[in-house]
Design a protein around this ligand. Sequence first.
Ligand code: 5GP
Ligand code: ZN
Length: 114
Amino acid sequence: MNNCLFCKIVKGEIPSEKVYEDEEILAFKDINPAAPIHILVIPKKHIESLAYIEKEDETLIGKIYGVINQIAKEQGIKEKGYRVIVNCGEDGGQEVMHLHFHLLAGTKLGEKIV
Ligand code: 5GP
Ligand code: ZN
């Protein structure tokens, strides 16, 4: 956990371009965008992946979707649409082992982009 990249971003030890922050949730621009809009939305709490959410995290996960929709409104993509992706584990293509939701938009998205 100490060595987690996204925990370091939460703590401000690694800089990020923040687009949203509250007590529990942080959203920032992906460093290597796969679409014109590519934002990562994460719980500040370290959860390794979707596979490791506990019962007590379910409210937080619901809030994350609310935040995603708020960001989508602010980014002007509410009507045009967007895609939310969670890669989980090795076969799911997860590279950073801190739960994150990719918010992708700004173009007609292809079949597989992250
Ligand atoms: P995953 O493949 O784990 O689902 O997605 C990890 C994402 O984190 C990738 O899209 C990658 O570009 C992004 N990423 C990796 N390192 C950094 C970083 O230091 N800063 C930011 N903003 N994004 C990062
Ligand atoms: Zn972490």
